[in-house]
Ligand binder design. Sequence first.
Ligand SMILES: Cc1ncc(COP(=O)(O)O)c(C=O)c1O
Length: 510
Amino acid sequence: MKVEPMQVHSDREQRDLGDTPPEEFRRQLHALADWIADFRQNIDSLRVAPDHKPGAILANIPAQPPEQGEPFDKILSDVDRLIVPGMVHWSHPMFLAYFGWTTTAPGILGEIITAPLNVNAMTWRTSPAATELETLVIDWIRQWVHLPPEFGGVVYDTASVGVMHALAVAREEAAPSVRKRGLIGAGAPVFRIYASEQAHSSAEKAAIALGLGEENVQRVPTDAAFCMESSALRQIITRDLRDGFKPLAAIATVGTTSTASVDPVREIARICREFKLWLHIDGAYGAGFAILPECQSLTAGWSDADSIVVNPHKSLFVPLDFSVLYVRDLERLRRVFTLVPEYLRGDTVEAQKNYMDYGIQLGRRFRALKAWVIFRSFGRNGMAARLREHIRLANLFADWIRNDDRFELAAPVSMGVVCFRFIGDAAPSPRADTAARGRAGSSDSLDRINSDIVERINASGHAYLTQTKLRGRTVIRIGLGNVLTTEEHLRKVWELIQEVASQSERVNTD
Ligand SMILES: Cc1ncc(COP(=O)(O)O)c(C=O)c1O
């Protein structure tokens, strides 16, 4: 290789080669601090969702990458002009979709502190404080949700990644040389995984990624409250054994995606023990509620699990992304994923723990810091008080539904989730899924109206809701979880729903 002679740079050129000068950076940071504080303070005045057509944002941004650097002020003004109006504002107090996302001031501060550190938490040596803080916050959450000390954990980005790793361990323990030789080389049987029909699709995604096959995730029927029927689980396992499949794992969900229903974990655990299945608990949403003494019944059967996933970014106020996979005896997870290439060997000695050994990711963000900031800022009491308020608001909203004959609850209220359905001017139907036949007409037209209500509200920019299907019928769903959502906001959303329902009924029945 030919080496060019060393260039001598002028002061000005030298400056351009490095970072922003310290005084300018300080000024930018102050401007950004004001920007963030203003954004939080004025978020109520923003549309929750944009009214843009797809592609409208790209159409306003130069397609050519910039040749010359641009000043930060100009970039920030473009954030105001293009990005903020082009967002669905998940932090908005009228955003009630999914699980009621939240942003908090300590969460933002935690993210800001993390940015300048910008470490790679792959091994203890490359990031001692990140590694030890991760171990600490994992154990704080473990204590809060009453998991026994034999559960150790690792922070991933999402619950989908968590269940994939858990099932990889289950697969390795059921067919010990898969890690080395692959499924075919190891002569592995056709494995089966069981999850309720209400469980999250991450079960199938994990089966796809692990070469187990999407169709080998068997969905188990649920009861009237959308909880897994354990007798049906037993029957399906028995049938699969008879048909030559190898039952591998069951997934019990604590807080399902649509209704936040809770599977009977203790009964499922008993069946897993009997048939020697791995028990994974998907507590992505619901497990966080176990920090409330009044919700401790949620934890029944957890100590019998092999793994459990908890998403503090869903219910414990930590900003996306932060998901913890706990495994009973974490060494089982390490055995499946540890692999140290030569260039990293030096940095794996004298380890407290090398988190790169507990998953497929090598490079890892310092996620524990933001969790530590949040947990210390709120304390368990502060988080519990906020969760209690979300439960109170969910039940208050459910009372409003019960008091309006044109609506009915479509599922029992669970944690911060309410599923309901517009049924029109009819006598209340005895069952949610049979829906009344009022002026609004058949169940199909009621489905259209319910979907239309959500679409119209979301398009209005005043609030944001979710629609889902329960027993084949379209229902409206709200999730309470945003610390900015007050009773006043909720009342406004309810009035909006009532008003839009009347309009939708007129349009869809005329
Ligand atoms: C019950 C449940 N499990 C798992 C997931 C997947 O979560 P993640 O986005 O963290 O992968 C979701 C997503 O909403 C969920 O509702």
